[in-house]
Design a protein around this ligand. Structure first.
Ligand code: F0G
Length: 458
């Protein structure tokens, strides 16, 4: 029987949610062109679209916000954040950004020339989109176990070291301005990467003189997985593990809307003084002065507190336990998901659940749409809507290997009864899976189409 961990907090402020009628949900979906991003959030009952910026802040964070210093340059809030940054990440330089993709835009714009490649275990959507927008090629080299939903490999987010070496030798280190690694691997099930693998990847990039950047928005969850699963790491604190990870890299970017426990924020950090200077110049054009990036002083304070709260092991035990509870209950009911449960989300294996719907009719979209119609639950498709792109050489569409629907858990927001409702709704839906139909896309922009495309039910 799945076990639900007691929350290590109690609720002080509430926000009402409501389940509108099935007829109203149907109308809302039609108006939204069947794209769940286009729904009004008020029409959603349980919102598992993303864990990004959707968490609840603590009383300490709200208290810190009152101390925010809104000075344009050199604010107290910046120095408080800089102190926390030094303690956890230890990079020589950093700039705040308003969120993760702002850091990605600046980094990719400064370093990528058309035709260059950026390898990673797997890039998530905005990273992938930013690399393509600069004429670059995002390349995913995760281990094969990541594509077997039933494989219980403890670190399914690991990079395949042979694939990485062969790739570097094949395209040449001159075509790789930097190499990346996403922890945890969001596009592949929220699965962690081992410390041993990060070490080996760092050595490999450095053997070829390639800069190594970590996309670290869920680094705290990843560090706690390392503590639980990696031999020799049980005695280390999560903070110590995090420090070991970042020592291995030349830089990192973070969407702090995840393990930073804030509603808005991010950063780009690095060791190289020259790169930092160029980053500052780009930041001033796009985001703001280097001591605030795109953020208010109070946001910097909330982040300084939130980064430490995100590493708290009592919190992390609850956090990963809550995700595991949702996953184990679905497994008990025979619902195919990516196993083992990841850190921030459960990924329904829509490809296995709906084998009668082919890639080009979007099984993940079919499942996500029906989940909303059935129970007012909003998840997100991570499959061919998000990641099918024409091959730049042949023009042929390359489909991703997995068709998933991610149910992301906002931090410190939903309770066991909310998750039980989600499980019961999915079971009802799975019992009539043969009635689900695919979709056709009627409008889509060239990049990051999942956010704004429109669908027609087949
Ligand atoms: N990298 C990863 C691994 C992410 O998961 C995200 C965002 C970003 C970068 C970009 O950060 O949103 O602050 O600009 N992921 C969210 C999600 C949106 O739903 O997983 P951002």
């Amino acid at each position: 029987m799945a076990h639900y961990p007691a929350e290590p907090f109690r609720i002080k402020v509430t926000e009402p949610i409501r389940l509108i009628s099935r007829e109203e949900r149907k109308q809302a979906m039609e108006k939204a062109g069947y794209n769940l991003f286009m729904l009004a959030a008020e029409d959603v009952f349980i919102d598992l679209l993303t864990d990004s910026g959707t968490g609840a802040m603590s009383q300490s964070q709200w208290a810190a916000m009152m101390q925010g210093d809104e000075s344009y340059a050199g604010a107290r809030s910046y120095y408080r954040l800089a102190e926390t940054m030094k303690q956890i990440f230890g990079f020589e330089y950093f700039v705040p950004t308003h969120q993760g993709r702002a850091a990605e835009t600046i980094l990719t714009d400064l370093l990528i020339k058309p035709g260059m490649s950026i390898p990673s275990n797997m890039h998530f959507d905005t990273t992938d989109g930013n690399i393509r927008a600069r004429g670059g090629r995002p390349v995913n080299l995760v281990i094969d176990e990541a594509f077997n939903p039933k494989s219980r490999h403890p670190f399914k987010g690991n990079m395949d070291l042979d694939k990485l070496r062969n790739f570097i030798l094949q395209v040449g280190k001159e075509s790789i301005p930097f190499g990346a690694m996403t922890i945890t691997n969001n596009a592949g099930g929220g699965q962690p990467v081992s410390l041993e693998n990060i070490k080996a990847v760092s050595e490999l990039y450095h053997e070829f003189g390639i800069l190594f950047f970590i996309d670290c928005c869920r680094y705290a969850e990843n560090s706690y997985f390392i503590k639980l699963r990696e031999p020799g790491c049980a005695q280390k604190s999560t903070l110590e593990i995090a420090r070991e990870i970042f020592k291995l890299a030349d830089g990192a970017w973070m969407s702090a809307k995840k393990d930073g426990m804030v509603n808005m924020g991010g950063f780009l950090a690095m060791r190289d003084a020259n790169l930092y200077q160029r980053v500052c110049n780009a930041l001033i054009l796009r985001e703001g002065f280097p001591t605030y990036g795109g953020l208010s002083g109070r946001d910097l304070d909330a982040l300084a507190v939130g980064l430490m709260e995100g590493l708290d092991e009592t919190y992390l035990e609850y956090r990963l336990g809550q995700t595991a509870y949702l996953g184990e209950r679905l497994i008990e009911a025979g619902i195919p998901i990516i196993e083992p449960p990841g850190g921030h989300a459960i990924y329904l294996d829509a490809g296995s659940l709906l084998p009668h719907i082919p890639h080009n009719e979007y099984p993940g979209q079919a499942l996500a749409a029906e989940l909303y119609l059935e129970g007012g639950i909003r998840g997100v498709e991570i499959g061919s809507v998000m990641f099918a792109y024409p091959n730049p050489d042949t023009g042929e569409i390359t489909y991703p290997r997995l068709e998933l629907v991610r149910l992301a858990l906002p931090r410190r927001v939903y309770t066991q009864s909310h998750l039980d409702y989600v499980v019961e709704t999915i079971i009802r839906l799975a019992n009539r899976r043969n009635t689900l139909r695919g979709f056709r896309i009627t409008y889509a922009p060239e990049l990051l189409r999942h956010f704004t495309c429109r669908f027609e039910a087949l």
